[in-house]
Design a protein around this ligand. Structure first.
Ligand code: URA
Length: 284
């Protein structure tokens, strides 16, 4: 019992560190010996030793994993994206971190899309279905797209990080990717943008804006104007999960809709009176 409490305390401490963005913990020899003793006592007492935080991480010894992305110059957009997809499955820089789960979730939608939307990383549902934006936040995004007059098949949906970030004792809970995890996967989103060449990109949430544009701070200070990535105009707006968590606050909803109207204008999409006034009718 005492051992299991001590193990739980260590896990709790590591989770708290992880929650505040710490990705590495320095252990001196004394601390390491303490952990070894805990491990031995837990094993002796019949308690299964605590599962390490990286238990779902990609095996670090996968054979012949690529470290340099090879972006095909020839072929259709679909075949070039398929070549990226293939390389992402065994992407060594992501595997080497040991903090990402094994299942790779690439992108979905139209390789010829005019609009590309970029999120942070797959979550529980996305990992299960191997498709980006299919969980609650994804369903919200699908409704937003429908209000714009677009289907998921018309746009290109992707994430900065292609694997669900791992957590200790993870069930359906998700976490934001760390800067290291984003850096490891960045070659993919860069190559995807280069292949799809959309007319406009939407970065969904602060993490996507940080990964794509290097911006830090509040989404409120990034949204409402145009940025640029690889020569393509980028609009930053709230992540749909933020709207789900602030159901009563109408301001982010109104602002997200303003951002989407700006995107529609940029894409020269027709905008009906109903769409222009959509938010007013919702808030009444
Ligand atoms: N949140 C994201 O940022 N991406 C997904 O694919 C799902 C949820």
């Amino acid at each position: 019992m005492r051992v299991s409490r001590a193990v739980d305390a260590v896990i709790e401490f590591l989770e708290a560190e992880q929650a505040r963005g710490v990705t590495h913990v320095l252990l001196d020899e004394e601390a390491r010996e303490g952990l070894r003793n805990l491990y031995r006592a837990a094993a002796k007492g019949g308690r299964k030793p605590a599962t390490p935080a990286v238990s779902h991480a990609v095996p670090q010894t996968a054979p012949a994993a690529p470290t340099v992305l090879s972006v095909p110059g020839d072929g259709t957009k679909a075949t070039r994206l398929a070549a990226l997809h293939e390389q992402a499955q065994h992407w060594q820089p992501a595997q080497a971190l040991g903090t990402l789960r094994e299942t790779m979730v690439f992108a979905t939608g139209n390789p010829d899309a005019k609009l590309m939307l970029v999120g942070e990383a797959p979550g529980y549902e996305e990992e299960r279905k191997r498709e980006p934006f299919v969980g609650p936040a994804g369903q919200k995004l699908t409704r937003i797209l429908q209000t714009m007059g677009l289907s998921r098949d018309e746009v290109y949906l992707s994430n900065i990080v292609k694997f669900r970030p791992a957590m200790a004792r993870q069930a359906t809970n998700n976490r934001k990717p760390s800067p290291e995890e984003m850096a490891a996967c960045l070659p993919f989103i860069r190559a995807e943008v280069d292949i799809v060449r959309p007319a406009c990109i939407v970065a969904l949430g602060g993490t996507a804006a940080e990964g794509l544009l290097g911006l830090t701070g509040q989404v409120g200070s990034m949204r409402g104007s145009w940025h640029e990535f690889a020569g393509i105009p980028v609009r930053v707006t709230y992540h749909p999960s933020y709207l789900l968590h602030s159901e009563r606050d109408l301001t982010p909803k109104r602002q997200l809709w303003e951002d989407m109207l700006a995107v529609m204008e940029r894409l020269e999409m027709p905008i009906s009176e109903k769409q222009r006034g959509f938010f007013q009718s919702q808030s009444r």
